[in-house]
Ligand binder design. Sequence first.
Ligand SMILES: Cc1cc2nc3c(=O)[nH]c(=O)nc-3n(C[C@H](O)[C@H](O)[C@H](O)COP(=O)(O)O)c2cc1C
Length: 145
Amino acid sequence: MGKALIVYATRAGETRKIGELIAEGLRFSAIDVQLKSAKDIKKKEDLAGFDAFVFGSATYHGEMMESMKTLLFLAENAGLENKIGGSFGAFGWSGEAPDRIYDTMKNIFQMNMAGTALRLKSSTLGGGLKMAQDYGREIAKKMEP
Ligand SMILES: Cc1cc2nc3c(=O)[nH]c(=O)nc-3n(C[C@H](O)[C@H](O)[C@H](O)COP(=O)(O)O)c2cc1C
């Protein structure tokens, strides 16, 4: 069974909810998933042992949250090359964070990324629930041998 780690940075909880739905989508596909706050990843060893990584942050003032920036600096030396990756985040109007995370995972970590970043205004409205679950399914599909 493949293993995936979802890490979120949130202020008001919406990005965590999106992460939970992505986790559901992965679990539907029999992937073993752990969901953690970026604040709980303290050392690069905390990133060891996973086949896929999905990092998410809400957008505030046009940027990802500080805890996600810290995580990305930590992940730089965690040997994530060729691992499967995805990114996500809740936003209000501009939603820069998921794309910035995606670009770092692709260009710096050299990861095997899902088609796009997942940007959602809500985990429940406007089809957000299904889109987030489907994103989990998409990552699971990339994990198939
Ligand atoms: C002070 C403040 C600044 C924000 N700045 C942005 C922004 O620059 N771009 C954007 O798309 N959304 C912005 N938002 C909206 C949040 O991204 C949105 O409320 C999101 O759902 C929060 O996610 P969270 O619940 O995971 O913290 C801002 C919200 C607040 C309260």
